[in-house]
Design a protein around this ligand. Structure first.
Ligand SMILES: Nc1ncnc2c1ncn2[C@@H]1O[C@H](COP(=O)(O)OP(=O)(O)OP(=O)(O)O)[C@@H](O)[C@H]1O
Ligand SMILES: [Mg+2]
Length: 262
């Protein structure tokens, strides 16, 4: 049996007195779509921040096991190093370079897979030009996949909200990740945009992309996920298939509790 592509054990994170993550275990197998759900403030984004080097967890292990390669311990790496090792993410609040074009935003994502150094860029030697050409070509290919090729030369700020979210996914994909992390990809989307997003994520999975996503849109979660982890107050309260999670009384209570408090 091959090791899970992401293996997180006993993850803990404290902010002063707040225990945002507590003894959290989570695994993503190669080719899987896994969802991480839970009420607001459960610790989902903190989990992403701890496994992608934005925060250093106070305890636990984060292992990436790329297929046919040796395992990589991600603890203590910086966000750019985590991306280099093969895990890319999008953010709950869109983080694009608004004053750059759609194409340039994806090209920046490819930066960690290119070799040219500053000197090469200044001298513009053959190798640098060749690499630049390939970067543009690969970035266009990603834009086609995202359905954004017609807007390649528009400023990112001119895209609709749904298109900006797709561009963020494109930028993450440009790093050629073994595992793609999406933090609320459907947030703020209208039903049509969400339906297109479901189709896109499905297509990526069919191409072999492993995906871990945080999402409040239960239609998307139930339609796409192979397995679902449920968090509440920094702890894992359930894990299972969509069917098992839908009928789990502990999960229902966590969500109803949130509704009752609202
Ligand atoms: N940098 C920080 N400093 C202090 N507390 C933080 C910090 N980041 C997160 N927290 C706290 O950790 C807890 C979990 O927050 P987190 O953003 O991970 O929740 P979430 O599950 O992503 O919620 P949502 O669904 O609303 O995005 C919250 O109590 C939050 O206030
Ligand atoms: Mg969040």
């Amino acid at each position: 049996m091959t090791a899970p592509i992401l293996q997180v054990k006993n993850l803990g994170m404290s902010f002063g007195g707040i225990r945002a993550l507590d003894e959290l275990d989570l695994e993503v197998n190669s080719g899987e779509i896994v969802a991480l759900i839970g009420p607001n403030g459960a610790g989902k984004t903190t989990f992403f921040n701890c496994v992608t080097g934005i925060y250093q967890p106070t305890q636990g292990d984060v292992m990436l096991n790329p297929p046919s390669r040796s395992s990589i311990r991600l603890n203590n790496l910086k966000p750019n190093q985590v991306a280099e090792k093969g895990m890319a993410r999008t953010f709950q609040n869109i983080r694009l370079f608004q004053n750059m074009t759609v194409l340039e935003n994806v090209m920046i994502g490819r930066h960690c897979r290119t070799k040219s150094f500053i000197l090469g860029a200044i001298l513009r030697n053959k190798a640098t030009r060749e690499e630049e050409y390939q970067t543009i070509e690969k970035s266009y290919h990603i834009l086609q996949k995202m359905g954004l090729e017609k807007q390649a030369n528009d400023l990112a700020s001119n895209l609709s909200y749904g298109a900006q979210r797709r561009l963020e996914i494109g930028r993450a994909l440009a790093t050629e990740p073994f595992l793609l992390l999406l933090d609320e990809p459907a947030a703020g989307m209208n039903p049509q945009e969400t339906a297109e997003l479901i189709e896109l994520i499905n297509k990526l999975q069919q191409e072999g992309q492993s995906i871990l996503l945080i999402e409040h849109d239960m239609k998307l979660v139930m339609e796409l996920s192979h397995r679902i982890y449920v968090m509440d107050y920094g702890r894992r309260i359930a894990v299972g298939t969509p069917e098992q999670i839908r009928n789990n009384p502990v999960v229902i209570k966590a969500y109803l509790g949130e509704a009752a408090d609202a």
